[in-house]
Design a protein around this ligand. Structure first.
Ligand SMILES: *[C@@H]1O[C@H](CO)[C@@H](O)[C@H](O)[C@H]1NC(C)=O
Ligand SMILES: *[C@@H]1O[C@H](CO)[C@@H](O)[C@H](O)[C@H]1NC(C)=O
Ligand SMILES: *[C@@H]1O[C@H](CO)[C@@H](O)[C@H](O)[C@H]1NC(C)=O
Length: 267
């Protein structure tokens, strides 16, 4: 009936109708969040996706409260879970409002979910998930010596959150020629690895650099000064031991067989 009446009316009235509609919508939304009954406030703040973004080694503090804050709700006992496991709370930190503090934030807290609900009824719960941001351990320089014809492996730590967006390798300042040097590059979430199976001094000696770009932590790089040394002859240990054993055994046999003579000699 209401809609019918205003179907083709003054634009102002239509506008008012729109305002009325949106107000009603927000009123509805308000009621919904109200009836959810529980809310978590956090420093740093929870975003619209229920995620708290925090830097490694910093602190997150969260407070859980029943919505409304009426007399009965102030007496309600609250429960906290971290990834589904009960968080031990001190007496006096359970009723009306309950706070949990994570300090310092560690790597393992990344993607940890904290949930809070009323201990008498877990139907209404509130949750937040931590997003722990951290930069890579990528800097400095390293002296690397490698024998000719041996394998050369260089590794750079690129583990970070948000993750690396690109990695590049240079040799003496220009992009590593993978084909010419017989190189392969493999990257995972933790490391970027440059590898070649047989070192030749003319091809592989020099200064290498890995450079990585991170969305939040900028550019980081590390140097490697690689020198090739002459091949050392690997001592064939096992055959040598076998030879020594055989030699001793023969000598022993010889001594035993000549024992008579030897003892005579000694007399
Ligand atoms: C929890 O509250 C909801 C909504 O008020 C209700 O439907 C449900 O029966 C309650 N559960 C318990 C175990 O009291
Ligand atoms: C964590 O925060 C960073 C920085 O804002 C963002 O790029 C990344 O997508 C977030 N990760 C998750 C799982 O929300
Ligand atoms: C890189 O530079 C060093 C020092 O100038 C040089 O000895 C080496 O041969 C160079 N490496 C390559 C692959 O050109």
């Amino acid at each position: 009936m209401f809609v019918h009446q205003h179907l083709q009316v003054h634009p102002l009235k239509r506008k008012m109708k729109l305002i009325f509609k949106t107000t009603f919508f927000y009123l509805l939304l308000f009621c919904v969040t109200k009836t959810l009954g529980i809310n978590i406030q956090s420093v740093p703040e929870v975003n619209s996706e229920g995620v708290v973004q925090v830097e490694l080694k910093k602190t997150v503090s969260m407070v859980c409260r029943p919505d409304g804050g009426s007399e009965t709700e102030a007496d309600e006992e609250l429960v906290w879970l971290r990834n589904g496991a009960l968080v031990a709370l001190k007496e006096g930190n359970k009723k009306g409002g309950s706070s949990v503090c994570v300090t310092p934030v560690v790597h393992e807290d990344n993607e940890a979910t904290f949930t809070c609900y009323l201990s008498r009824n877990d139907t209404f719960r509130a949750s937040v998930t931590l997003n722990v941001t951290f930069g890579p351990q990528l800097s400095g320089s390293e002296e690397v010596t490698v024998e000719k014809e041996a394998e050369l492996v260089l590794r750079c730590d690129i583990w970070a959150n948000p993750p690396v967006s690109s990695v590049s390798w240079t040799l003496n300042g220009s992009k590593v020629d993978l084909l010419a040097g017989g190189f392969s590059v493999t990257n995972d979430a933790f490391t970027s690895q440059l590898k070649t199976s047989s070192v030749e001094d003319s091809l592989h000696e020099g200064t290498y650099q890995c450079t990585a770009h991170f969305p939040m932590h900028g550019e980081h790089s590390k140097l490697f000064h690689v020198t090739a040394t002459e091949k050392t002859l690997k001592f064939p240990l096992m055959p040598m031991i076998a030879a020594v054993v055989v030699l001793c055994f023969t000598a022993l046999l010889a001594i035993v067989s000549r024992w008579d003579k030897i003892t005579k000699c000694c007399n």
